[in-house]
Write a protein that binds this ligand. Sequence first.
Ligand code: DON
Length: 351
Amino acid sequence: MSITRVRGRATLATLIIAAAFGAQPPLAQTSRSPVAPRRQQVEAVVREAYDLFKSDTGGKNADYLPYLAQVNPKLFGVAIVTTDNQVFTLGDVDYSFSIQSISKVFTLALAMEELGPKKVFERIGSEPTGRAFNSVPAVVDMPSHTGNPLVNAGAIATTSLISGTDANEKWNKILNFYSAAAGEKLSLIGDVYKSEAATNAGNKALAMLLAKYDRIYNDPFESVDIYTKQCSVGVNATQLARMGATLANNGINPATAKQVIKREDIPYILATMTMAGLYDSSGYWAWHVGLPAKSGVGGGIVAIVPGKGAIAVFAPPLDEAGNSVKAQKVIEYVANKLDFNLYSPASVGLK
Ligand code: DON
């Protein structure tokens, strides 16, 4: 396993956070949290999880998008980035895969940046749909029609909220925002975009249906095209973990120290992820893992440990709900072993 400490900022907050992941001095031994996992412990648990699930053959690649069907199903990478920018990586963490639905979280953050959480909540809503992520009946049946920002309909409507003089300006704004969260310049995977743009009639239908209910806020097809591009952005597991760590770190990217997302928006984003981040498995996830997370059909999942860091796992085969099988298993294992579950007494020192 590779561990790097890229840069640490010596604020009180980051020192406390560093302690939570077992970082070494300058923090005095006595100020270390009694429930904090040590660096070696994180390393050992990630290795255990990796070895335990490496040969798991459950699930299958998404095949409704032709590009995703041909990605090597054996690819498997795990990355943790802490809020003091320690990086733990194992496996295929440099492979660039399409971010897919995980993008929805960051477009939501950008929409809040522009409009504030109240207007975003009014225009999109935040209720679970209880249906598949691309459900048409959910748009008809839900009182809000959009559902929430993490299902396709609500996400396309959220993308339609982003301002700009033309489609290109909006798209570049989105890409730059994601790059700021990753701390590196991200780019479109052209083949994913082409493959998806040629097969996204379902998303166009969702956008037109939203137009019928006045729940899309710009040209429906332009919004679908920008949404398709945002789903086709390439990230590797380490970049994805850093995007997650930015959420865990009150919106400040731990590598660049830039405030990318407004601090006051973070609770709404994490609440939305908890409620709908894994679609129809969000209830199981809250029960067994207890961390805000988001999946994408590209095979990535990122889970946020507020104040501490984020874990991102990439492994293409998915379950019925569209969530990576191995990624769920690894994150559940690591979260339980390291007491990351936000609802567990142990995680707050009440063991
Ligand atoms: O719009 C779609 O269907 C894909 N671009 C994204 C779906 C997705 O990632 C659902 N996630 N688990």
